[in-house]
Write a protein that binds this ligand. Structure first.
Ligand code: ZN
Ligand code: ZN
Length: 314
């Protein structure tokens, strides 16, 4: 029999890890520059007093950005395989020679040739109900060529920039994860699961890292991409979730970020932990922001977390 047959959910998890690894490295390219030169992250790609330094920085970063492109492409291939695998893993063996069993030995799936990367988008279209747009398939082909330059030559033909990577990342997420849920996926697959071992929730936690990144995420994703990926417009993601605020490591010095949005007059939803919140009017305004709205996590817990919906103050 076959052994080591791939599992669709595990392939998807790997694809998300690679995707968010590329994401984190791309955001760092921006932040490393903007931490030193006083330019707003959303303006750094345009004209400003440090444009020359930015251009030089981007020139020097070509090799690293080529490597990031290879990770983005790898994430796409594995995600496309997971989509095919969700119908049947054996479809991945199409066009390959499967030696029919002679002896007692098991057949190791991982030793068999699976569909070529170049064929994956058309295979998804043919064998699954998943919709891939023509424009995505074209971009996939371009990215694959770029990846091959990096993989076979160790170089590419220049012209990469952090904003090109950002557009690739945005388009890829919407094409391959059309149901969005960006923020909860970002939190679950934070790109470096090994680091979780060290999180003590006092000095560090996953939520701390993702919240610290959130202002950059808002600035770097364009409105339309943000809207589709987060499931809500930037301006409407304005409420604070008691659970996510309390998950920030207290000694990290990181400010809470809004991760929730209104779904009704007295209801809201957190895009980060995906819990529903019940809102109520407090008798006194919040001592920090004056808001009268209090958020309560809807749960079976006898003592659910409560915090100010306007600023997260507990
Ligand atoms: Zn939350
Ligand atoms: Zn408040």
């Amino acid at each position: 029999m076959f052994v080591n047959v791939p599992d669709a959910a595990q392939l998807e998890n790997t694809a998300l890890r690679l995707y968010f690894d590329a994401w984190e490295r791309t955001v760092s390219l921006y932040n490393d520059f903007c931490d030193v030169f006083p330019v707003a992250i959303e303006e750094v790609g345009g004209k400003h007093s440090f444009s020359e330094e930015w251009d030089e920085y981007v020139g020097d970063a070509q090799a690293e950005m080529g490597a990031i492109c290879a990770i983005i492409q790898q994430a796409a291939e594995i995600r496309l395989k997971s989509i095919i695998c969700s119908v049947s893993p054996y479809l991945l063996l199409l066009n390959s020679e499967v030696p029919l069993k002679m002896g007692e030995a098991d057949l190791d799936f991982t030793s068999l040739r699976t569909l070529d990367a170049v064929d994956l988008p058309r295979a998804v279209r043919t064998m699954t109900g998943f919709e891939l747009s023509d424009s995505y398939i074209q971009r996939y082909g371009e990215l694959r060529k770029l990846r091959n330059q990096v993989a076979h030559l160790g170089q590419h033909q220049g012209g990469l920039s952090p904003s090109v990577l950002m557009v690739l990342l945005g388009q890829q997420f919407l094409a391959l994860w059309p149901d969005g849920r960006w923020l909860s996926r970002r939190t679950e697959f934070d790109g470096n699961s090994a680091r979780r071992f060290f999180h003590d929730d006092r000095y560090s936690s996953v939520e701390t890292i993702v919240m610290a990144e959130l202002p950059s995420t808002r600035a770097l994703l364009d409105n339309e991409t943000f809207n589709k990926a987060f499931g809500v417009a930037k301006g409407k993601l304005d409420g604070f979730c008691p659970d996510c605020v309390s998950a920030i490591a207290r000694k990290s010095g990181i400010d809470a970020e809004s991760t929730a949005y209104r779904t009704g007059e007295f209801t809201a939803h957190c895009a980060m932990c995906e819990v529903d919140l019940q809102l109520s009017s407090a008798s006194e305004g919040c001592e920090r922001c004056n808001s009268l709205l209090e958020a309560l996590v809807v749960s079976d817990d006898s003592e659910p977390n409560v915090a100010c919906y306007g600023c997260g103050h507990g």
